[in-house]
Design a protein around this ligand. Structure first.
Ligand SMILES: Nc1ncnc2c1ncn2[C@@H]1O[C@H](COP(=O)(O)OP(=O)(O)OP(=O)(O)O)[C@@H](O)[C@H]1O
Ligand SMILES: [Mg+2]
Length: 246
């Protein structure tokens, strides 16, 4: 992994809520290694060491850029299927690996939500979109345990085509602010829709401190990567992860 022109290049191996309502819930029983592999989540065993090390390294570099405070990271694919959701999920898990930190993964892809299915979370109380559209007024109800200690998920909820306005709303801004300022050890990871083809990722970047762009290795062209890079404020762009999709 090298830091090149302030871009982080990472080669992954193939293989207003009150305090009570947003308090972290007790974690459910920790998952087995097999269950973590089924969810495509890194773990501490040797079989995925290279990949786990890559995510730890990414976390360390973000921590160096983010400074003392906890921060909000937006993870966005250049185009569909580059692995943005995979990287977002594992980056959140890497933050949660550290006993002194917790992580909250927020699935912001309303058209192609994927984290609830990957993490096998039953989303019966709804998710982000339900909260933004005020069908679910209680923020605490959309925070779900994942089985991974200190990692919670806000799923996307109702699948629909929403406009970027929902993400630029005051309700969305207050949601992100309260989730991240209430607990100083909580690191937020926003899983964005692909950058090319919709303004949503760019709009969401307004809520984030740092942006990680994910390019599918051999999938996104240099022109597409440049175009995606240009969507974000340069000072927020932490780098580009080149993801080898097996
Ligand atoms: N490095 C990797 N190792 C193993 N599996 C991966 C890797 N990268 C991606 N995948 C798998 O490839 C599939 C597509 O990845 P993912 O959903 O993360 O892509 P995406 O860019 O978020 O797609 P979308 O455009 O639909 O949001 C998923 O099943 C994911 O688990
Ligand atoms: Mg995705």
């Amino acid at each position: 992994m090298t830091l090149d022109n302030q871009r982080l290049k990472d080669h992954l191996s193939p293989n207003s809520a009150d305090a009570r309502s947003i308090a972290p819930r007790a974690d459910s029983t920790a998952l087995t290694t097999r269950e973590l592999e089924d969810r495509r989540i890194i773990h501490r065993n040797d079989s995925v060491r290279e990949q786990a090390d890559a995510f730890r390294e990414l976390r360390t570099r973000l921590l160096a850029l983010g400074g003392e405070r906890n921060f909000v990271t937006l993870v966005a694919s250049v185009g569909q299927g580059c692995g943005g959701s995979f990287v977002a999920r594992n980056l959140a898990a890497a933050f949660a690996f550290d006993d002194s930190k917790s992580a909250l993964l927020v699935d912001c892809d309303a058209l192609h939500p994927s984290q609830h299915a990957a993490l096998r979370v039953d989303t019966s109380h709804g998710g982000l979109i339900d909260y933004l559209e005020e069908r679910q007024p209680d923020l605490g109800s959309i925070l779900y345990s994942t089985g991974i200690p200190r990692l919670q998920l806000i799923p996307s909820g109702s699948q629909r085509e929403i406009t970027g306005e929902a993400f630029s709303s005051l309700r969305m801004r207050m949601l992100v602010d309260s989730l991240h300022s209430r607990y100083p050890d909580r690191y937020l990871v926003l899983d964005a829709p692909p950058v090319l083809g919709s303004p949503d990722a760019r709009i969401l970047s307004g809520l984030a401190d740092l942006v990680v762009l994910v390019a599918g290795y051999g999938k996104a062209t240099p022109e597409q990567i440049d175009k995606a890079v240009a969507s974000f404020a340069p000072e927020k762009l932490a780098g580009v992860v080149f993801n080898h999709i097996p």
